[in-house]
Design a protein around this ligand. Structure first.
Ligand code: NAD
Length: 487
């Protein structure tokens, strides 16, 4: 039995305890000390192994996630999770040699001809805590960066998708030595114990609420954190943009994974004059993408009964508050006939949404789209800036000045212009939130950097003038200082 299996397959099937986790971390740390930083070739080999393991299980991955969700579009799994990670591996391999090279920096004039460099090193053993909504991508994309940077890794996937978490555990234990990468399965209690471990870095993806707990726990050991959190990402339809085209793109983002995406457009702001055309566009877009919902394999279920009830409560709350609620159910199916059995919620528009509604106070994380109206761009930007800084922002316009204003006057993790979500799919762009939507970045070189120590290295030259500035300070030192300060 491998060492990881000692922890993740306890003989009595009990969840791992704090001692088990400590012991596992100790084993990974010992191995890191013994073997030192892996070479470029070894890292590429690790990335190739991961690539092969994912490719070989792509159908199993799609099946496992579908079983955990009820329905999860196979295409969305293969594109959003499997391809997403493979593409990142490919990109990373293409740049890794460059990233690993020491980088020459300028040496301050007074210290010439000595030299300065930044040398990158693995941090050591890092932890990754993943959520359920893209359970493979959000565990393995950070792993790609952590391995590329030469670290050993412990991963804690989400308990809400137990079949997928078990698959991840097997994938990893069959691909990597147990003292290099290990998966620890378990619930919030295991997550809590995991976050207390003295890792060299802790990478967390999940809710802002749990992110605070993770940061608090990590602070006890001064473990640096990357927090990839959530929030309410606005979409703004500019006054010049065709509302129907915007509606089609926004509904595509809102219904992908049934809206259970950290960067899904959470709510939309449309010019008051084009609201009705926008609503028509939403209806048309949904009817085209999903002629039926209930048994449609393309339309993903809500992950569990709790989240289903939470989303239903948002809709009930909006109705009770007098908002106009439009459920877009093209074939008029009885979605709740079997209770929450299929856990499908029709794409639902909430018109006349105000900040008093629950759906405007919480991150929605489902296919419910509040629609707000505005009259001037100033008003729309003021609304965004009066709320917590979002993970993503979407602006639809062909007007250069307007786009520049939105980009410069708002702060968000990322932006897609005239589209939703696709900035995350660009391997060369950093991904990460700001303020309550997160801290730190990954993807691109930023992921490699997040898991690396950048060591400042100064090399003194044989012949140098540094001795001129040593005590006892006399006339020479006075002259040097006068020269430096220009009197
Ligand atoms: P969550 O915060 O409930 O759970 C995330 C992980 O943390 C799970 O593995 C869970 O077991 C673990 N956990 C729970 N309690 C813990 C504790 N006290 N200490 C340590 N770990 C603990 O999030 P979720 O419901 O799985 O995911 C949905 C949230 O994640 C949404 O808010 C969404 O926006 C966010 N998200 C963000 C990104 C991003 O990249 N920024 C991506 C996906 C999801």
């Amino acid at each position: 039995m491998t060492a990881a299996a000692d922890v993740t397959h306890t003989p009595d099937a009990r969840p791992p305890r704090a001692n088990d986790l400590d012991a596992l971390l100790g084993r990974l740390r010992d191995a890191a000390k013994k073997d030192g930083a892996p070479s470029y070739e070894a890292r590429v080999k690790d990335l190739d192994k991961l690539d092969k393991a994912i490719r070989g299980r792509k159908a199993a991955i799609a099946d496992a996630i579908a079983r955990d969700f009820g329905t999860r579009s196979k295409h969305e799994t293969l594109f959003g999770e499997v391809f997403g990670v493979l593409s990142l591996i490919h990109y990373t391999k293409g740049h890794l040699r460059d990233w690993m090279d020491p980088e020459d920096r300028e040496t301050s004039l007074v210290f010439l001809p000595s030299t300065s460099q930044v040398v990158v090193q693995p941090l050591g053993v890092v932890g990754i805590i993943a959520p359920w909504n893209y359970p493979v991508r959000l565990a393995l994309a950070p792993l790609v960066a952590a391995l590329a940077a030469g670290n050993r890794v412990m991963i804690k996937p989400s308990e809400l998708v137990p079949g997928t978490s078990a698959l991840l555990r097997d994938l990893i234990s069959e691909t990597f030595p147990a003292d290099q990468v290990a998966v620890v399965v378990g619930g919030a209690d295991v997550g809590e114990a995991f976050a207390k471990l003295p890792f060299d870095h802790l990478f967390f993806t999940g809710s802002t609420r749990v992110g605070k707990m993770v940061m608090r726990a990590a602070s006890e050991n001064l473990v640096p954190v990357t927090l990839e959190l959530g929030g309410k990402s606005p979409a703004i339809v500019g006054p010049d943009f065709d509302p129907k085209t915007a509606a089609a793109r926004i509904m595509a983002g809102k219904t992908y994974n049934a809206g259970q995406t950290c960067i899904a457009p959470d709510f939309v702001m449309v010019p008051a004059a084009s609201r009705d055309a926008f609503v028509e566009g939403c209806r048309a877009a949904v009817a085209k993408m999903y002629p039926t919902l209930l048994k449609n394999p393309d339309y993903t279920s809500i992950v569990n009964d709790r989240h289903y009830a939470r989303l239903r409560a948002y809709v009930d709350d909006a109705k009770a508050a007098g908002a106009e609620v439009i459920e877009i159910n093209p074939s008029r199916e009885a979605l709740d006939a079997g209770g929450a059995g299929d856990r499908k919620i029709a794409p639902t528009l909430v018109l006349g949404a105000t900040d008093k509604l629950q759906c405007m106070q919480e991150e929605i994380f489902g296919p419910v789209l509040p629609i707000l109206t505005y009259t001037t761009l100033d008003e729309a930007l003021a609304y965004v800036n009066d709320h917590p800084r979002p993970l993503a922002l979407y602006y639809f316009s062909h007007n250069r000045e307007g786009i520049d204003r939105v980009l410069s006057e708002t702060t968000s993790g990322g932006v897609s212009v005239n589209e939703t979500m696709l900035h995350i799919a660009q391997d060369d762009l950093p991904f990460g939130g700001v303020g309550p939507s997160g801290m730190g970045h990954y993807h691109a070189r930023d992921g490699f950097d997040a898991f690396s120590k950048k060591k400042a290295v100064f090399r003194q030259s044989r012949i140098n003038t540094t001795g001129l500035l040593r005590p006892p300070y006399g006339k020479m030192a006075d002259r040097v200082i006068a020269m430096l300060l220009g009197r």
